[in-house]
Ligand binder design. Sequence first.
Ligand SMILES: CSC[C@H]1O[C@H](OP(=O)(O)O)[C@H](O)[C@@H]1O
Ligand code: ADE
Length: 304
Amino acid sequence: MTLKSYFRDVRIGVIGGTGLYSLDGLKFVEEVTVETPWGLPSGAITIAETPDGNRIAFLARHGPAHHVLPSEVNYRANIAALKAVGVQVILAFSAVGSLREEIQPGDFVLIDQIIDRTKGVRGDSFFTGTGVTAYASFGEPVSRALRSLVAQRSDSVPNITVHSSGTAVCMEGPAFSTRAESNLYRSWGADVINMTCIPESKLAREAEITYAIVCMATDYDAWRESEESVTVAEVMKTMKVNAANAKALLLAVLPDIEQAVYNDPEMALTKPEAGSMQYAFQQAPDKQSSSGRSTLSFIFSNYF
Ligand SMILES: CSC[C@H]1O[C@H](OP(=O)(O)O)[C@H](O)[C@@H]1O
Ligand SMILES: Nc1ncnc2[nH]cnc12
């Protein structure tokens, strides 16, 4: 596709997860289908206009009708497509199970750490198969600055409890965990569990996009002896309330993110990620595969 001229200025992207398939309260502009070197994303990207007149991009992670399983989401295409329309910051949303008594269904958690329990079946690097080697830094998988913006603004949203940090386990799925697994993750210090934050967060980092994910607790997974283990019915029931709260939180925090990406000459919000791959490449440019360089230029117009 030919990218329209305004796309370079669509700096904010939102990824909706289970139960969050569209945005409310913003003016619809258009839907765009972006083909990437890694294939097609889960669906069309919706471009919407904020009350401040900026355009943002929305993508439903599993597709608008949730037709794609977490292991089968083309995370590379999703992130590459958002990057192609200009996105520098992604605020993602995810339905998660709670591994802690104090994180109740309905609570939101701004995770700062992730334990990867996916099983190697997901395309998890833009560099795989390109003949170009690069190693992203991922010790802090989520943007501290974006988390803190969301945490601060969440005070203005009624009826939500937001935990400002936490560790997520990302499991393979689609079947939920056994009780033994759920207890194992608790013993590791994990607070919530989902099936999608890996490789989404890792690919955002490779693409130098500032990324945070709002984890919305829907259930107590499988660890509580006194309760039935999680079911989809339970997740969807809680997500009805969570989705409304997520939309309210997004509308509340958007002006702050817009201010940070359009009006801060220092670009403090995106600074840690922008340019972070600069020293991650191993080979001298003349030793990199030229077809790989051409593929990667789709997301790294600055390096290739
Ligand atoms: C349908 S429950 C399991 C499903 O829900 C979460 O999705 P998302 O992270 O996209 O909100 C979880 O990660 C699983 O993919
Ligand atoms: N218990 C759970 N495990 C994994 N992903 C989830 N998404 C919502 N609840 C979940």
